[in-house]
Design a protein around this ligand. Sequence first.
Ligand code: A2R
Length: 317
Amino acid sequence: MKVLITGITGFVGSHLAELCQNLGDVEVVGTYRWRSPRNNIGHIKDLELVEMDILDATSCHRALAAVEPDWIFHLAAQSFVPTSWSAPASTITTNVLGQLNLFEALRSLDRLDTRFHVCGSSEEYGYVAREETPITEDNALRPLSPYGVSKVGQDLLGYQYFRSYGLHAVRTRAFNHGGPRRGDVLLPSDFAKQIAEIEKGLREPVVKVGNLEALRDFTDVRDMVRAYWLALEKGEPGEVYNIGTGNAPSIGEILDRMLSMTEASVEVRQVPEKMRPSDVEILISDSSRFRAATGWEPQISLDQMLSDTLEYWRERV
Ligand code: A2R
């Protein structure tokens, strides 16, 4: 079986590529752009790559015609919420139009039976009152960032192409996920890198933080990519699934757990540059629909994810 992973050079794509290869009997092809950094995938052997820019319809058509994948995990995106405020148009264009280009390429190639993973996000829910948690797939979508809006667009395009053309699209809404290779601008990597730098004497012993009150449902990326695989293997076409642990510690608790993993004594300082214009207060998943459909359960604990992330940054700073 042949699997195409768009955005394979990113954080999630590299973990998904490893999972696919470990399953055996799966030929993995990944997409890249000429400037894409290869450091996340450099260690993965026998990886076939195809150049593709999702903003270019010709490029999408050409790549899909050449690869002829059975399954597509569409991970390529402008994935960073804060950048969606400073570059809203390119976020919407990359995420929504990019996926549309892939859908249209599949249509014109008459390959609508290709299994297509639409990679949504809990950011689609945005504003959620406490009494509306845990969040099920039936919660209202009230995104609070252009990124959240772009993911609603991808999600609903997946639904529409399933209804209108019978595309085998399976939609997921992943709650927060972290682990090794997550960029340092995102939690918990941001904390991990700062702690690792403090341990090496590379910065003053101050961890700079934003909103510590927000409650977040963190899954290890290795559990998340297993979920994505199961979504295409066992999920219903057209259906949408939340993926998360169902636990939501505060960001402050996550920081405390990480600080308990270091000998360094540090001051925690809240700084305005790490606050967001509008932050989602609570994201906690009800992923029972997904668990019932696929049998998925997270296997890696929060502490394991945090300590692996810290180790990753200790090796790199
Ligand atoms: O920017 P690059 O060349 O390093 O490639 C990134 C790719 N990408 C694109 N690929 C083709 N055409 C584009 N116009 C384009 N724009 C971005 O998407 C990179 O390989 C990938 C994004 O990787 P990360 O930023 O590390 O995202 P992550 O955390 O792996 O997220 C995967 C999915 C996304 O749909 C997120 O929105 C969702 O999970 O949370």
